[in-house]
Design a protein around this ligand. Structure first.
Ligand SMILES: Nc1nc2c(ncn2[C@@H]2O[C@H](COP(=O)(O)OP(=O)(O)OP(=O)(O)O)[C@@H](O)[C@H]2O)c(=O)[nH]1
Ligand SMILES: [Mg+2]
Ligand SMILES: [Zn+2]
Length: 290
C-alpha cells in the first residue's frame, strides 16, 4: 500500500523539493504534469507525496493555493516583509509594484527599512511614500531591533521581498542565529547587490515561518490595465470618492481629489508622479497591443 504524507515545501532547487512533514525533511521529485499547470511546485506549497524510502518521495498533489507571488516566487504567504535600505538606494518603482502584487494577492505588506544603524535618510523617504498603506518599521540586522518583528511572524507565513543586498538574509540570521545564511556585499563598480541568496527557503521562526528569498530588480504587474491601476493604490482609493468622476484616473480629469491632495501635501508627490508614469506606460503598451 502507498504511504501518502502531506507537508510544506521548504526549498525548491532544480526540480528537487525539500518537504517538511511531521518535523522530518523529505527529498521529493515532482512529476512532469505539474510543470504544465501553474508553474511547478513552489516553496510555501502544501503538497501530498508518496513516501518512497530513505527520506525520498514523489509529489502526488499540490493542494490549492490561497495566493502566490511571482517576485519572489512563493505560495501561501500571509505577510510580506518588503525590505528597503539606505544602500543599495531604494528603488521605489520596484517597491510600488511589490506592494501592488501584495494587494492583488491579499498579502499584508510590512515595509522594513533596514540598516538603520547607518546614518541616512532612507527611513524618512520610505515613510513619506508608504506610511499610508503599510506599517513602516525601522530595523537593523546588527542589533536587537529585529525583535520588533516577532509579533508579525507568530502563527504566520512571512516572506521577504526586495533588492539584492538590502539585508534580507542578515535580518533572518539576526532572528535565527543558528541558521548562518550566507550574506554578501555590494559591488563596488555598480553599487548594487551581488545576488548572494540563490534559492528561496522556508524556516520555522517564532511560532511561524519565514521565507528567505532572492533579491530582484524587476517586477511585473501581472496584467493590470491602466484604468484599473488606481484601484490597487489604497492611499488613492481612500481619497478618490471625492473626485468629480467616479472613474477618475487622477491624471487629466478636472476636479480631482487625488491631485488636490498632492498639491496640499496630503499625498506624497513622488508616489503620485510614479503612478502617472506607470499609468502612461501601461496605456502606451495597450495602444501598441490593439
Ligand atoms: N550596517 C548594516 N549592514 C547590513 C545590515 N543588514 C545587512 N547588512 C549588510 O548588507 C550586505 C548584504 O546583506 P544580505 O543579508 O546578504 O542581503 P540580501 O538582501 O539577503 O541580499 P541577496 O541575498 O543578494 O538578495 C551584507 O554586507 C550585510 O552585512 C544592517 O542592518 N546594517
Ligand atoms: Mg540573501
Ligand atoms: Zn481623481
Amino acid at each position: 500500500m502507498k504511504n501518502i504524507l502531506s507537508g510544506i515545501v521548504v526549498k525548491a532547487v532544480g526540480g528537487v523539493f525539500t518537504v517538511m512533514a511531521d518535523g522530518k525533511k523529505y527529498t521529493c521529485f515532482s512529476p512532469k504534469k505539474f510543470r504544465y499547470q501553474d508553474g511547478d511546485v513552489l516553496v510555501g506549497d502544501t503538497v501530498k507525496f508518496e513516501d518512497l524510502h530513505k527520506g525520498k518521495g514523489v509529489v502526488t498533489e499540490i493542494l490549492p493555493r490561497k495566493n502566490r507571488l511571482h517576485r519572489p516566487e512563493i505560495a501561501n504567504v500571509d505577510v510580506c516583509f518588503l525590505v528597503l535600505a539606505s544602500e543599495p538606494s531604494p528603488d521605489l518603482y520596484l517597491a510600488d509594484k511589490v506592494l501592488i502584487n501584495c494587494f492583488q494577492e491579499h498579502i499584508e505588506p510590512i515595509v522594513l527599512v533596514n540598516k538603520c544603524d547607518l546614518q541616512n535618510n532612507a527611513f524618512d523617504l520610505v515613510y513619506e511614500n508608504y506610511s499610508k498603506i503599510a506599517k513602516v518599521i525601522a530595523v537593523s540586522a546588527m542589533d536587537d531591533s529585529v525583535q520588533k518583528l516577532k509579533e508579525f511572524i507568530d502563527g504566520k507565513v512571512v516572506c521577504f521581498a526586495g533588492q539584492s543586498a538590502v539585508g534580507k538574509t542578515s535580518i533572518l540570521n539576526a532572528l535565527l542565529p543558528e541558521l548562518k545564511g550566507q550574506v554578501g556585499g555590494l559591488s563596488a563598480k555598480t553599487g548594487r547587490g551581488t545576488h548572494t541568496t540563490r534559492h528561496s527557503s522556508l524556516h520555522k521562526v517564532y511560532g511561524g515561518f519565514v521565507v528567505d528569498t532572492c533579491g530582484f530588480s524587476l517586477c511585473d504587474l501581472n496584467g493590470i490595465r491602466s484604468d484599473e491601476l488606481r484601484l490597487y493604490l489604497d492611499d488613492f482609493v481612500n481619497i478618490a470618492h471625492d473626485c468629480k468622476f467616479t472613474s477618475c484616473t487622477h491624471t487629466v480629469e478636472p476636479d480631482c481629489a487625488v491631485k488636490r491632495a498632492v498639491e496640499s501635501g496630503g499625498l506624497c508627490k513622488g508616489r503620485y508622479d510614479r503612478y502617472v508614469e506607470e499609468y502612461n506606460a501601461l496605456k502606451e503598451a495597450e495602444k501598441r497591443q490593439y
